[in-house]
Design a protein around this ligand. Structure first.
Ligand code: NAD
Ligand code: BTL
Length: 494
């Protein structure tokens, strides 16, 4: 690690925490310390907000022609692409996910910055057909202002990029806070950005816990928008905190995502999608298809095949090319996933596979949990209703379309859902009826920069990615210009 990677970046300077505290960052594969970083608190967050406020109000970024902002974002994208292998390795060290997954993320991330670099100058506003003679009516989009951005540990840099790129393209200034346990790649791209000509105070990176640094960003009266990705309960806390100055809020929260297999589906392709849908990053994905719903006519056959494929998944060090699934993020999270096995058992679910930590001696120092399959599940079981965020699949059966749509929609979540069928009419019917922000037909867990991402119901507010992701960071202003003002005489003549 270099000196700068240990500090926070505030107002164009690398700074230690005001308190002088630091935090150790661990590799979830073996529990070894991989870095030590500054551990900020509310004072550091306040400094960063003030720097972002000053930069925004000075117009040094927001008044720049959007095309020029785009050029800088494009340069940052190129730096990310050049350094993608180092970034991917850092992400794997920090999260335990396989290097192959981290490489995909990094390639996506460079693309996200390129996309918003290109979009920055594409919205020149809109002329409205004014009903008032001799007047002009225009609608323009302007940057919201200072944005607090809080990201989670499962996709540290990807989720940060979904926030940073559109906010900067829109002309906002930002204070980003990565998860306290996975700050390394966010620090690294801050370093890359610092090497370019972003004006001081436009990008500020603060480190530290959610309950202090994150809470300060959510509460601070000089922050105009808070964008958060993480758990539902934290999202609710942030909504409450943001109400003090009626901040704009963007929330990307959890999911419990149905993956529906109709009997007429291409079952070979569906089986692969079920595996990808849950066992990427050991199931620590907001859109994991952990709630599998199989039509009863094909249930037994599908479950047997799934079980044997799951049993063959190779666990190990994300850095090794043979590894297919890495560890969970931490000992605490492992304990939480494990505790769900007792919940499942008392709910009456049948354990078909896994359900414990692996016994292999080479995995003993990591936070591993075996790929786990639970059958005989019902929609009202806690194991089906709650987000486990681990390598765990629950299986329910159904016998017709109405039944499965009703069951799938009976959840507080609404992030994503997918279904497999060869029936074209059913594709339209079911896609329309599922109440989720993303619906996949004959696929699962597909997301890309050009299409919006976000949740219905308690899975969130607002959208990231695509043009919608840029609009989140703008205010809409109506400018009315009367070219021939005449006295209205409403109150008589003077
Ligand atoms: N919808 C999506 O696109 C999406 C993407 C990734 C992750 N997620 C969700 O994220 C969750 C896992 O991430 P996590 O465990 O890091 O979530 P988390 O809610 O515990 O933490 C997320 C971030 O919020 C901060 N935080 C915690 N308490 C805070 C508070 N009181 N005020 C302000 N900030 C606070 C944390 O420090 C961290 O940076 C899962 O529920 C997952 O589904 C959703
Ligand atoms: C949004 N996504 C799928 C990249 C990560 C969710 O945890």
């Amino acid at each position: 690690m270099t000196g700068t990677e240990k500090s926070m970046y505030i107002g164009g300077r690398w700074l230690p925490a005001v308190s002088g505290k630091t935090r150790r960052i661990f590799n979830p594969f073996n529990g070894q310390v991989v870095a030590e970083v500054a551990e900020g608190d509310r004072d550091d967050a306040k400094k960063a907000v003030n720097a972002a406020r000053q930069a925004f109000d000075s117009g040094v970024w927001s008044d720049l022609p959007a095309a020029e902002r785009g050029v800088l974002l494009y340069r940052l994208a190129e730096k990310i692409a050049e350094q993608s292998e180092e970034l991917a390795r850092l992400e794997t060290l920090d999260t335990g996910k396989t290097l192959e997954e981290s490489r995909w993320d990094m390639s996506d991330i460079a693309g996200i910055f390129r996309y918003y670099a290109g979009l920055a100058d594409k919205d020149g506003g809109e002329l409205i057909d004014s009903p008032i003679p001799h007047s002009e009516s225009r609608v323009v989009r302007e940057p919201v202002g200072v944005c607090g951005q809080i990201s989670p540990w499962n996709y540290p840099l990807l989720q940060a990029a979904w926030k940073l790129a559109p906010a900067l393209a829109a002309g906002c200034t930002v204070v980003i806070k990565p998860s306290e346990i996975t700050p390394l790649t966010t620090l690294k791209i801050t370093e890359l950005a610092a090497g370019l000509n972003f004006p001081d105070g436009v990008i500020n990176t603060v480190l530290g816990p959610g309950h202090s640094v994150g809470a300060e960003l959510a509460e601070h009266p000089l922050v105009d928008l808070i964008s958060f990705t993480g758990g539902i309960e934290t999202g609710k806390t942030i909504m409450r905190a943001a109400s003090g100055n009626v901040k704009k809020i963007a929330l990307e929260l959890g999911g419990k995502n149905p993956h529906i297999i109709f009997a007429d589906a291409d079952l070979d392709a569906a089986l692969e999608a079920v595996l990808n849908g849950v066992f990427f990053h050991a199931g620590q994905i907001c859109s994991a298809g952990s709630r599998l719903m199989i039509e009863d006519r094909v249930h037994d056959r599908f479950v047997e095949r799934l079980k044997s494929r799951m049993a063959a998944i190779r666990l190990g060090d994300g850095m090794e090319s043979a590894t297919q699934m890495g560890p969970l993020i931490s000992a605490e999270h492992l304990a939480k996933v494990e505790s769900y096995m007792r919940v499942a058992e008392s709910d009456g679910a049948r354990l078909e596979l896994g359900g414990t930590r692996p016994e292999a001696p080479e995995l003993k120092d990591g936070f591993f949990f075996l790929p786990t399959l639970l059958t005989g599940c019902q929609g009202d079981m806690r194991i089906v209703r709650e987000e486990v965020f681990g390598p765990v699949i629950t299986v329910e059966t159904f016998s017709d379309e109405d039944e499965v749509v009703e069951l799938a929609n009976a959840t507080i979540y609404g992030l994503a859902a997918g279904f497999w069928t060869r029936d074209a009419d059913r594709m339209h019917r079911v896609a329309r009826r599922l109440r989720f922000g993303t619906v996949w037909i004959n696929d699962f867990n597909v997301y890309f920069t050009q299409a919006p991402w976000g949740g219905y119901k308690q899975s969130g507010l607002g959208r990231e990615l695509g043009r919608h992701g840029l609009e989140e960071y703008t205010e809409v202003k109506h400018v009315f210009h009367n070219h021939r003002p005449e006295p209205p005489c409403w109150f008589g003549n003077s």
